[in-house]
Design a protein around this ligand. Structure first.
Ligand code: UT7
Length: 329
């Protein structure tokens, strides 16, 4: 295996903003409840005519521009999402066409809030094995399309957004990918899901009337699982590589709830000044959270070349994972 690095990134959120005050007018909630229970102040929402591929293309263009390469120089595109434009064709095909990425293959990767993390690991394997030299992983979600804006327990949590990383062989002296630890546990499948629209419950008048094409969540069950497993898998990954919390310059956790992030940092004994938090501005963008938080960590000067960066996420499924890298940009 050869060393693999993240060589560029780009992020995009749609301009529309939905504040807690806006939500107060839509459901029985308060700015105070949302802030204290979730840490979220506002989230970005795509205009009605904008779909996930549109967000993905904008993020991809920024990553290509940062790297200074053309889309035709990519070998593969993986679009990580739970809100593809259609079930088929895959959103990766739509993005490929819009970018003019003439020499790629690609696919969509659906693993809820771990989608981007699992996409990173897939790209590390593709480039590390020597199969490909340039793989783009895009995390993009238009969560507003599958959120029930009459359900106060879920509609305050999510937002729309996208981010893209490019993966390439590391140069002499660079490390990049260090390791990962992933786990899925389908016994928790019922506590966070979109019940209808698939082969189990195809669309019908009844499924629409019963609002089954929206996200349904048992918040507390997900909360408890996330706190335990996001922290534990991160600790196991660090131990596997003989590293301590203090070796990590920045932890980039999935942004689902500020209280989950705080509890997880506490479990790991990771000082909060080393944990990237931007949930207040974006809410939970599902596949978008890790790239968006990484970009903000770089912009804020938290993450510099050579630093260890620890990514971690928990999502529906359950899906769980942590991924450790040296930042080489
Ligand atoms: O990325 C995917 C993974 N998802 C997650 O990680 C989400 C995990 N779960 C959570 O983040 C939290 O469980 C929530 C933010 C969803 C809920 O917070 P909570 O502290 O677990 O609240 P709760 O569900 O126990 O509800 C407490 C109360 C209830 O009222 P009663 O029964 O005590 O009268 C709810 O009806 O808060 C009520 N409530 C609200 N009140 C005002 C629920 N949602 C709202 C709301 N505004 N938006």
């Amino acid at each position: 295996m050869r060393n693999v690095k993240i060589s560029a990134f780009g992020c995009y959120v749609p301009p529309g903003v939905l504040t807690n005050q806006d939500l107060e007018k839509m459901v029985d909630t308060t700015d105070e409840w949302i802030l204290t229970r979730t840490g979220i102040h506002e989230r970005h929402i795509a205009a009605p005519e904008v779909a996930t591929s549109d967000l993905a293309v904008e993020a991809a263009k920024l990553a290509l521009a940062q790297r200074g390469i053309e889309a035709s120089e990519l070998d593969a595109i993986i679009v990580c999402t739970v809100t593809p434009d259609h079930l088929f064709p895959s959103t990766a095909c739509l993005v490929q066409d819009r970018l003019g990425a003439k020499n790629v293959w690609g696919f969509d990767l659906i693993s809820a809030c771990c989608s981007f993390l699992y996409g990173m690991t897939t790209a590390a394997a593709m480039v590390g094995s020597g199969m490909h030299n340039r793989v783009m992983v895009i995390g993009a979600d238009t969560m507003s399309r599958i959120i029930d804006y009459t359900d106060r327990a879920t509609c305050v949590l999510f937002g729309d957004g996208a981010g893209a990383f490019i993966f390439e062989p590391a140069a002499e002296g660079e490390v990049g990918y260090v390791g990962h630890k992933h786990m899925i546990d389908g016994s928790g499948a019922s506590v966070l899901r979109m019940p209808a629209g698939g082969s189990r419950l195809p669309p019908s008048h009844e499924t629409v009337e019963q609002r089954l094409h929206f996200v349904k969540q048992e918040g507390q069950a997900v909360f408890k699982f996330a706190v335990k497993h996001m922290g534990d898998i991160s600790a196991q990954l660090l131990a596997q590589h003989g590293l301590k919390t203090e070796d990590v310059a920045v932890m980039v956790p999935h942004q689902a709830n500020l209280r989950i992030i705080n509890a997880c940092a506490d479990r790991l004994k990771m000082p909060l000044e080393h944990v990237m938090i931007n949930i207040q501005r974006y809410g939970n963008t599902t596949s978008g959270t890790l790239p968006l938080a990484t970009r903000d960590a770089v912009d804020q000067g938290m993450l510099k070349k050579g630093d260890y960066v620890l990514f971690a996420a928990v999502g529906a499924g359950f899906t769980v994972g942590a991924s450790l890298w040296r930042w080489e940009i």
